[in-house]
Every structure is written in C-alpha cells, then in structure tokens.
Write a protein that binds this ligand. Structure first.
Ligand code: SF4
Length: 921
C-alpha cells in the first residue's frame, strides 16, 4: 500500500521564510524529483490562443472595459463572433449564454462514476482535454491514515478499480486513495492564472486562488468538456469585493470569507462571479486566496477569482511550476490579462477593510450565520447553543495548506509548552500527500501528535460525513464541534442531526480545544495550567511556504503528466454489481407529437433535487442508475392524498419508483406535474437521469430551478411550465396527455406554444397551454434523445474523419491539401476547391455556399442561393473562378492505394472555386 511507503525526513527550522529565488530553485529540484521537469508544458494555459480570442472580443466591443472574470471567460469562448452577434455589452451579464471551451476537467471519486459512465458511451478513445480523477470522498476518517486507507480501499475496491482502469483506457490522470483532496491537488498541480476548468464538485472554485475560472458542474457538463463540446454558461453577473488594509493578529483569510458569507447569505452569490480587487489583495497568500474562493460556493457563487499576485508567483515556483509563473507574468505584462481593466464595472461592490476583520464563527447548520469572536460568548447564551465543545477538526480542502498547519502548530506548541492538553478529540486532515509529507518532514506532525492530535488520511473524511465517530455523543442532545471546513448542514459531518458545526479558522479551532468551554476566547481569555499558573496565547505566526521547499512524499501517487490512452485496457463492470452499471444510450425521439402519456404523480409543494434523488445511503449507488432510480421522488408529496412517496395505478397504491418502473416495463411513457422551483438545491444530474431512465418524457411545473431545467433538457426530457399557473388544478395523476406543437418545435419554431390535451378518467378533456425555454441546440438534444447521444454522434464522426485525414496526409505524394467538412472530404489546392463537374445556375464571380459536401465525385451537393453570405460556422463559402471548359486541369497523383483513391486517381477537369471560408469540424 502506497501510504505505508512514506519517505523519512528530519525536522527542519521553521523560523525563516526563504526568498522567492530560493523557492524557485527548490521548485526546479522538486520538479526533477517528481520526474516532472516538463510538467509545466502540460499545465500552462494556451496564453497566446486565449489572448487572440480576447482580441476578437475587443474588436467586437472596442470601448468595453472588462473585469478579470470576463476576460478569462471570454478568452475561452468557442466563437466570440457567434456568441456576441447582434448583442450589446449590456445584454450579456445575466442573460446571454456563453459557449465556452475549458482547458481542463477534474472529477472526484463519487461524481466521477457517472461522468465516466456517460463518457464511455461517447465512443471516444480518449478525453479531448486534460482530465483527472481524485479518490478522496470515499475514505473514512477513523483511527488514522495507516489503517483508514486500507479499510476504505477494501470497502470501495470495485469503484476504485473502475475509476483507475477507465483512467488508463482514456488517458486520464488518476490520483488514488490517499493522494489527497481534489481541490488541494488541483491547486498544487493544475491550477494556473487565467485558465479555465470544470470540476465535478461544488468547491472547484478553490482554484480561483491561483487566478483561474474554476466552476463546479455535474457529470454531463464534464462530458461536454471532455469531448471538447462547447459548454454553455449563462454569463454571470460580477460582484466586486474591494479589499484594503491588511490582516494581523489572529485574523486569517478564512475570517474574510466567513464575514462575506454573513453579508451575502447563502443565496447572495447565485448567478454571480465574485471577483476580488484592491490593495488588500497583495497581502494575501495564494493558499489563503484559495480558501476564500473555495467558500464562495457557500454563497451560491458560480465561482470566485483573484487577480495575479506575487504570492501566486511564489506558490507556483514552490510547486514546480516556475514556467507557468513566467508565462503568466509575461502575458500579464504584455496584455494586462490577469487583472480587471481600469474602469471595469461590477454589478455590485462590497468593501472590506482587512485591518478591521476579526476571527469569527459561522453556524450552526448554515454557513452564513456569522458571529464575530467578540460576540460569540453572548450568542451561545442567547441561542442556547451547547456550552461544551465535543471535538475540534482541522483540514479539508478549505484549510489544509502549509501555512494553515504551521500556524496551528504554533498555538498548539504554546499550549503544550505550558503543560496544557487538548480537552476534546482533535483531528487533523492534511489536504494532500505533498502537505502530509512536508509537515511530517518539518516536524509539524510530530508536534501535533505529541499534543494528542489524530492525523487522518489525506482525504475528505469527516468533511463529507465519512467520520466514524467513537466518542459516543448522543443523537438526542445537541453537541458542538469546531471545524475549519466549509459546510455545516445538519448531519453533514457525523450523520448526527444534533451535531452543531461552527466553522472557523484552523488556528481558532486548534487554540479553543485546550478548553472544553465553547465560549473560551483564545484571543483574550486566560487558561489555568496544571500548576495553577495563568496561560494566555500570543497571536500565532505561520509560514506561507515551507522554508526547505515542499517534499513530494510518496511519489507513486503522482500520475504521468501527459498520460496516453491505453485502448486495450479492460474496464470491468461486473453485471452483478450493485454499485456500477454500464449506461445504455437513451432512445432518440421518433418525431411527431407525443400521445397517451400518463401523469405518474402530481407533486404538491417544495420539490428539491433531494426530494427527486435523495442522498445519504443512496450515494453508494451513484454509479448504478437502475439502483439509484429506486429513490426517484421518494420525498415528493402526492397532491391528491398528501402522502409521501405514494402513487396509484387504477386504484392500486405503490411507491412512486414502483409505478415508474411498472409503466416503463409496460412501455407507458409518463410525465410529472409539480409546483414552483422544481429541482432547486444541489445541481444533481441524477435527478434528471432517473426519470428519463424510467420512461419519463415531460416534467410540467409552475416553474423550474434553472440548473435542473437544463439538466432535464440534457437528458432528453421536455421541461414545460404552465402558461397559466391556475391550470395546475386542471390536471391530475393518471390523466392521459397528448401534445400539440412538438412537431413545430422540432422544425425550429421556438416561439410557438405547446398545448397539452388532457383526457380525464371520465373521458372529458381539457387543453393546457404551456411554455418552454428550449434553445435551438437543446431541441437537437431532444431529437437525439440526450445531449450525450448528440455528442456521441459528433465525436464518432470526428474520430473517424481524423483517422482518414491523418492517413491521407501521410502520403508523400499527395497533391492537394485535404480538409474535412461534415464527414465529407474536400481536396483543395491552396485556397482553391476543385469540383469535377459544372455547377448549374451560377456564374463566374458568384459566391456560393455548400451545406452538404460529399466526397468529390459523388455529386451530392446542395447549393444555397447566390450570391450567398452566411456567418454560420457550418459553411463553406466560395467564389466561382471558372468552369470546366476553361478550367485548369488538376492532376492528383497517388502511389499507394487508399480509400480516397477513388476520388483522386484520375486526371480531372474541375470547376475552380476560391474558398472564402472553410471551417473544419
Ligand atoms: Fe468537498 Fe469537504 Fe472534500 Fe472539500 S474536503 S472536496 S468540501 S467533501
């Protein structure tokens, strides 16, 4: 087991911070140690291309001042001209959908299962952008890393084997159990200023601490990115947070975000990117900024981002990425890419003076209930919170940097030198093997363990409820824990609904555990030592980066920086498995209207994604669609009877999933009717996958949560809303429904309403007009059966075309340049396209467009208009230069036989066209 093979290192002096030069020097050595000397080549964003794309945006909006977030997003647009056609700058934020091409994807072990199962159905040989998988969520925190990791591996062997073999097959970087928490590893290895990534975890924005746009998404979105399909995002609004002053004493970056969460509340950042700016930014460490961006998820922000700073440079150098730092600094110097334009406008500005912040606590049960330390004692009394602390936990992806750990050990040592001991269990989770090995080498681990701390595995553990708690707290009596984590919803950490988690900084957790009194204020109060002397903490000091540089620890965790796919790798899914199931593509839409659907359930009241696809014990079935389908809508209230999870078929009662399976087996399509904000809560794609897998075709509501509505469309379900909300009363469970208007929708009539013709049990019928928000692209998902089906069709085409193209280009004597358009091969010479026959009805000088071009010689052309100008990307636009009689003669020579020979082997006379626009797909 890899974790047992740790390297041994002696402790070293923590007292001095090395210069940036020293750190850079070590960074190089470290890169060599990791066998990673060229690693930077694979993680440096394609700055030149990004700047070129941004320049195209600047041409469209020459006078627009851009925020940093906009620059990075727009630099990743698939096609700026198409995105912004006919749009003014004021019509973008909060309204316009952007089609983006992220640089990278990261997936954690729980969500990666469905993402990979979906990716596997696409028929690609590899992921088309760099991707990584991180085994962190399934590891239990109990007695410590050395026993917890082998146990967790044994219990999740099937899942880890699946993830590892799929990674090998498709060229994905695999970080095994014990390597660390996804966001910490991303920060240490992949995050880069001005880049963009998607991650299948809500705290992906952690990478904003290194100036990256990093967004948490579901598996289907990750598949978009992995197949290089433009990923859609409604352009977020931008909240600017203006920082001034500097932190001092006990205050840490965690306190900034705890304070901001209190101000904005859990919904305040929804639909927004939080962008930090101002003089206060320069005083923050890179890992501190990552902590702040990480917890932007707690206010619902799409992501958070900081401008490029010297501390980012230091961190990149210390983590073997000096080349990334240099490239970022150069591009920033030349183009001001990594900061907002002077005069850029924010939708809202929040002012924070870092000098005025103090440590604080957020909670219990919500991350936005903020109480500054000076008011905490009073709040405990007022709210009747428990008086005693039951445990202190530090770590998680939010707070497990070297700086956090070195600050913690400072206060722990102050107390232990005075003879004090922790009064409650004290658990420490290093964020990664890099951190674990470095704090071990530097003696931090020993000092924490000597003080009584239990060091858990480099994984999520207690942060995600994988905490085997031995201290026997009651589920009846409230108990208080202090953590440096980011979320504190009821039952999240230990499954106990009575546990109150107060989120705070690591150093406040570590100092407060020396008293069991929850009200103890380490910044002011005095403790008694065993010999009766008073003891008071002094404000802690930490170290931004390890003075002797990072040590890699167990290098066997580190994947190849540029893994190549191994197509022969077998990805085994045991057909008898209860946790994994291969996905079958959903059927494509047969066309026409839908007839004789039945209402499976009419839901009353709130229906979140937790009601539609419950979590808890169901999490283990995330990779097994059929099994997790058995939780579909089990939390929903039947509008007719008030019962939860009860549906009826001709008077026979059963659970909602039972009815859905029954109808699926009978070939009976169905729909769900519900009220407002259907699908709010976490962006859980299973809540859309499951109804689709059981033959659900329409969800009809008073309104949808936006992300869930998009998820439904991606899975080929038609989301409709009542044109008149009162019509909710006109439709009931078991009614039969047929549609009018889908045929028009399929033909591109997006503005036409859809009418549902509802036939009641007594034979009477009523018409219900409905609205939809399907875009042109989403109609294509619906036709194909799902977004994934569409991707699969396109991806297969691309791979096959590329193979042919590559083989043609290898032929030494090939005469012409060969391009590929829409599965058809076009032989060109320079900028000319030769057609072996005369095109009717056009004249020399006309501009023509080809919608479909087949291989030369087959005469399967469609000419659209003349003269024709089209800005669509799916266009070959050309000017007619001459006709066969007077045309040049083009001879195409081939030595070897090839499938293209039949096109090119003869001497031909061509119609010669000058290609004005040729897009290769
Ligand atoms: Fe999520 Fe906690 Fe793991 Fe971070 S440490 S990725 S917040 S479960």
């Amino acid at each position: 087991m890899a974790i047992l093979g740790r390297l041994k290192h002696g402790a070293s002096n923590l007292s001095m911070i090395r210069s940036a030069k020293d750190i850079a020097c070590f960074g190089k050595k470290y890169a060599d140690i990791r066998g990673y000397a060229n690693h930077a080549a694979f993680v440096t964003p394609p700055y030149q291309k990004l700047i070129e794309t941004l320049e195209r945006v600047r041409k469209i909006f020459p006078n627009e001042k851009l925020t940093l977030a906009e620059k990075v997003l727009y630099a990743h647009l698939a096609n700026p001209e198409e995105s912004f056609a006919g749009v003014s700058p004021s019509q973008i934020r909060g309204s316009l959908y952007l089609k983006l091409k992220p640089d990278r994807v990261a997936m954690q072990d729980a969500s990666a299962q469905m993402a990979l199962l979906q990716f596997m159905t696409c028929g690609l040989e590899r992921t088309l952008i760099p991707s990584s998988i991180h085994c962190d969520h399934l590891i239990v925190g109990h007695r410590g890393a050395n026993s917890d990791i082998p146990e967790s591996i044994a219990n999740n062997k099937e899942i880890f084997n699946f993830l590892q073999s799929a990674s090998r097959k498709y060229g994905i970087q695999f970080w095994g159990p014990g390597s660390g928490i996804i966001h910490q590893i991303v920060l240490e290895n992949y995050a880069a200023p001005g880049g963009m990534m998607l991650g299948t975890d809500s705290h992906t924005p952690n990478a904003g601490g290194l100036g990256m746009i990093a967004i948490g998404v579901g598996g289907a979105d990750a598949v978009d990115a992995m197949t290089n399909t433009p990923w859609e995002l409604k352009a977020p609004k931008i909240i600017g947070v203006h920082l001034k002053g500097t932190m001092s004493g006990w205050t840490t970056p965690k306190d900034l975000i705890l304070h901001l969460a209190g101000k904005l509340t859990v919904r305040g950042g929804t639909g927004h990117i939080i962008e930090y700016f101002g003089p206060g930014v320069e005083s923050l460490s890179c890992t501190g900024m990552a902590t702040i961006c990480n917890m932007g998820a707690e206010v619902g922000a799409t992501t958070s981002i900081f401008p490029y700073t010297e501390s980012m440079k230091r961190y990149l150098e210390a983590t073997h990425r000096a080349d990334v730092a240099n490239a970022a600094a150069n591009i920033h110097q030349q183009h001001n890419y990594l900061a907002a334009d002077a005069g850029a406008k924010y939708d809202e500005i929040v002012e924070i003076n870092l000098s005025e912040l103090s440590p604080s606590f957020n909670g219990p049960f919500t991350p936005d209930l903020n109480t500054p330390i000076e008011k905490f004692s009073k709040a405990i009394e007022t709210n009747k919170w428990p008086k005693k602390v039951s445990a202190g936990l530090i770590g998680s992806c939010t707070n497990s940097s070297y700086q956090d750990m070195s600050t913690v050990v400072d206060v722990v040592e102050q107390a232990t030198k005075a003879g004090l001991k922790p009064q409650v269990p004290f658990l420490v989770t290093p964020g990664s093997e890099l951190i674990r090995a470095t704090i071990e080498r530097d003696g931090i681990t020993k000092r924490l363990e000597d003080a009584g701390a239990v060091v858990l595995a480099n994984a999520c553990g207690p942060c995600i409820g994988m905490w085997k708690r031995d201290d026997k707290v009651s589920s009846e009596e409230p108990n208080a824990i202090l953590t440096s984590f980011n979320r504190n919803f009821r039952s999240r950490n230990d499954g106990n609904p009575s546990t109150m988690n107060f989120l705070t900084s690591p150093v406040i957790v570590a100092s407060k555990i020396f008293s069991s009194d929850l009200a103890f204020d380490p910044t002011r109060d005095v403790l008694q030592t065993s010999d009766g002397k008073p003891f008071k903490f002094t404000p802690p000091t930490g170290i931004e980066l390890p003075p002797s540089g990072f040590t890699a620890g167990d290098t066997s965790y580190i994947p190849d920086p540029n893994p190549q796919p191994l197509p022969e790798t077998e990805v085994t899914i045991d057909p008898k498995s209860t946790r994994l199931e291969a996905l079958e593509p959903f059927d494509s839409y047969k066309g026409g209207e839908m007839n004789n659907l039945k209402v499976a359930i009419k839901v009353k009241g709130k229906c979140t994604t937790d009601h539609i696809s419950a979590a808890g014990k169901w999490l283990k079935y995330k990779g097994h669609l059929s099994n997790i389908c058995n939780n579909t809508l089990i939390g929903a209230v039947n509008a007719a009877t008030g019962e939860v999870n009860r549906a009826y078929d001709n008077g026979q009662g059963m659970s909602i999933p039972e009815l859905m399976w029954k109808w699926k087996n009978e070939g009976q399509p169905w729909l769900v009717v519900a009220e407002h904000n259907y699908g709010e809560g976490s962006a859980r794609e299973h809540a859309a996958l499951q109804p689709r897998a059981m033959n659900g075709r329409i969800i009809l509501t008073k309104s949808f949560a936006r992300i869930h509505e998009t998820n439904l469309k991606k899975q080929g379900i038609l989301p409709l809303t009542f044109a008149n909300e009162a019509d909710y009363e006109k439709i009931n469970a078991e009614d039969k429904v047929s549609t009018r208007g889908i045929t028009k929708l399929l033909n591109g009539a997006l503005d036409e309403p859809i009418i549902l013709v509802v036939t009641k049990k007594d034979g009477s019928s009523v018409e219900i007009p409905c609205k939809h928000t399907m875009s042109k692209d989403q109609v294509e998902f619906f036709k194909a059966g799902s977004a994934l089906n569409l991707i699969r069709q396109k991806a297969r085409t691309k791979v096959e075309d590329q193979k042919v193209l590559d083989s043609i280009k290898q032929q030494p004597d090939h005469y012409a340049d060969v391009s590929v358009y829409n599965r058809h091969f076009i032989v060109t010479r320079g900028d000319q396209l030769g057609l072996p026959f005369r095109i009717k009805n056009v004249q020399v000088g006309d501009t023509i467009r080809f919608d479909k071009v087949s291989r030369l010689g087959s005469r399967d052309y469609t000419i659209v208009g003349k003269p024709y100008v089209d800005s669509s990307l799916h266009t070959i636009e050309a000017t007619v230069l001459s006709f066969p009689k007077s045309a040049l003669s083009v001879r195409v020579k081939h030595k070897r036989r090839h499938r293209h020979d039949r096109v090119m082997k003869h001497k031909q006379t061509y119609t010669i066209l000058r290609i004005n626009k040729l897009v290769i797909h």
